[in-house]
Design a protein around this ligand. Sequence first.
Ligand code: 5GP
Ligand code: ZN
Length: 114
Amino acid sequence: MSDEGCVFCKIVKGEIEAEILRDEDGVLAFRDINGRAPVHVLVIPKEHISSLAEVGNVPDGVAKRIFEVAQGVAEGEGIAESGYAFRINNGPDAGQEVFHLHAHVMGGERVRMP
Ligand code: 5GP
Ligand code: ZN
C-alpha cells in the first residue's frame, strides 16, 4: 500500500525520478538526492512503512532482502571491502526526515556516527 504524498512511494511508482540501482523482491535501492558521501544510496521496502516503529508491518523476508540489497549495492559500487555504514534513522532525535522506512548505505570515504 502506498501513502499519498510520500516522496519515496512516488519514487516506487515512478512519479518522481531517481537513479535506481536495484529493484528486486519488494525492495528498491536508489541514490540519495543529497549525497553526503562518495557513495550514498537509500534502500527501502517498496511497501509504505513509516519507520522502524512499524517494523511489525515489514513483510516476511523483506528485512533480510534490505540487508542483501545493501551488500549488493556496496559490491556494485566497489565499497564492500573498504567498508560502508548501514544506517536507519528512526524518529526525531535521529533526524528522520522522510517517514518511509529507509536504510542509508554510505561509503567511499571514512564515515562515522553520527
Ligand atoms: P532521513 O534523514 O529521513 O534518514 O533521510 C532522508 C534522506 O532522503 C535524505 O538523505 C535526503 O537527501 C533523501 N531524499 C529526500 N527526498 C529525496 C528524493 O526526492 N529523492 C532522493 N533520491 N532522495 C531524497
Ligand atoms: Zn511511502
